[in-house]
Design a protein. Structure first.
Ligand code: MN
Length: 228
């Protein structure tokens, strides 16, 4: 096989305790998956179920690298999230089988140009420019489920410049990880390498250049990135 130019490099994540890396295929993200966050965004979680959007795989920013403040916005928000990583996939996956497809978990940030998202919502436009910009998915190292199991409860938090901004508990996810995998697999063929960002708890707010973002999920790990 020859190409007219070199193909883009494979995006990958480090895996705790392993030298091999996890190759990323797609990034699916769920919106409004914690009731308190849905309310802070002006929605009623009892009437509007969660939904999905996606980011390009090369939006991953790994290894604790600095987060470059993106162009075209003056209101970039942090959204701390549990990330589930698939080692296999399929279509029409049953909830009962879903966790068998999960390789492991990480802590991620769904960085969002909130001003552009607001415009998109108002105009009925897609969210790509708000959610899918370069480096919009800082992500910590993956931890295999073989080591930590499948977390269903535990604190999820984000501190900005030493102050706690976001706080919640995985027990408050509206859709669980198996429910998200089953739902997604009825819309897309899931494959090994797919990541699912599982939604953010309440407390989203703007970041500024120089801010240190430090977050984590109890039982999974932590994530640090500085806004530059
Ligand atoms: Mn999000």
């Amino acid at each position: 096989m020859s190409y007219v130019f070199d193909p883009a490099p494979v995006t990958s994540l480090a895996i705790a305790g392993e030298s091999a890396r996890f190759p990323v295929r797609r990034i699916y993200c769920v919106g409004r998956n914690y009731a308190e966050h849905a309310r802070e965004m002006g929605h009623d979680p009892d009437r509007e179920p969660p939904f999905f959007f996606s980011k390009p795989s090369d939006a991953i920013l790994g290894g604790g690298a600095d987060f470059p403040y993106p162009p075209g916005t003056e209101d970039v928000h942090h959204e701390i999230e549990l990330v589930a990583a698939l080692k296999s996939g399929g279509v029409d996956i049953a909830e009962a089988d879903a966790l068998g497809h999960v390789f492991g978990y990480a802590v991620g940030l769904d960085m969002t140009r909130r001003d552009l998202q607001g415009t998109a919502k108002k105009m009925g436009r897609p969210w790509d420019v708000a959610k899918g910009f370069d480096a919009s998915a800082p992500c910590g190292d993956l931890v295999p489920a073989s080591a930590i199991g499948h977390p269903t409860k535990g604190r999820i938090w984000l501190d900005v410049a030493g102050e706690t901004r976001q706080e919640g508990d995985l027990a408050d996810l509206i859709w669980s990880v198996p429910e998200m995998i089953a739902y997604l697999s009825r819309l897309f063929r899931l494959e090994a390498g797919d990541l699912i960002m599982t939604g953010t708890p309440a407390g989203v707010a703007a970041v500024r250049r120089g801010d240190l973002l430090e977050g984590g999920v109890e039982g999974v790990g932590t994530l640090r990135t500085r806004v530059v």
